[in-house]
Design a protein around this ligand. Sequence first.
Ligand code: FPP
Length: 237
Amino acid sequence: MGETQKNLLPRHVAIIMDGNGRWAKKRMLPRTMGHKKGAETFGKIARYCRNLEIPYLTAYAFSTENWKRPKEEIDAIMDLLRHYLSDVFRHQDENARLCFLGDLEPLDEDIRETALRIQRESAQNHGITINIALNYGGRDEIIHAAQNLAKRCMAGELSPNDIDEALFSDALYTAGQPDPDLIIRPSGECRTSNFLPWQGAYAELVFMDVLWPDFSEKDFDRALEIYQSRSRRFGGI
Ligand code: FPP
């Protein structure tokens, strides 16, 4: 990637890691194998983003709706997360900051505690910020934010008229972070499925035909090229 293109890199890329099940089905493998390969792909793309010096990467790992899946599949995804979290512990030197977006309360205690510990211990790191959306739903996030702001109003800390976009943004899981510039969804589906509805209001959406486990650095480059070819006007002319 040349210098000019490097200057136009998005600050924040968010990815919906879709197509794991279809990838496995095509190979007559259990769906859980698709998630395993998907988790490896995530590691590869996260390293690639770090090398490109993209400062924020967000991945949708588990949605509030994913609890509807068979228990065996949920357990497999949670085990992959456990594995990923223990791997992160071994790579603390990489200076990445890890944040979790979502309601961690319903998760198994060991995952919740490890996630919170990593988030706490990596908070001062200056490398890439990696957000893992875990038990995340965009509407759920907005309701949580509204409830918290309402409680602060009731406590007399705030007046309803103080609530503006900046204050509302600060009540979301992504408080203090820039909004995503680019949201990538592989697997051919063309919707955002309750992923970052507030933060992604002005994001460029790139839908790609490749299934997530097959997603390569080349595909990421292609998404960046599409992003760079678009003209972002934010409502202006
Ligand atoms: C969507 O594909 C994918 C998920 C619901 C799970 C994603 C989880 C991982 C990749 C593993 C854990 C994550 C990390 C960060 C280590 P799908 O199952 O809906 O695919 P389909 O639409 O083809 O059925």
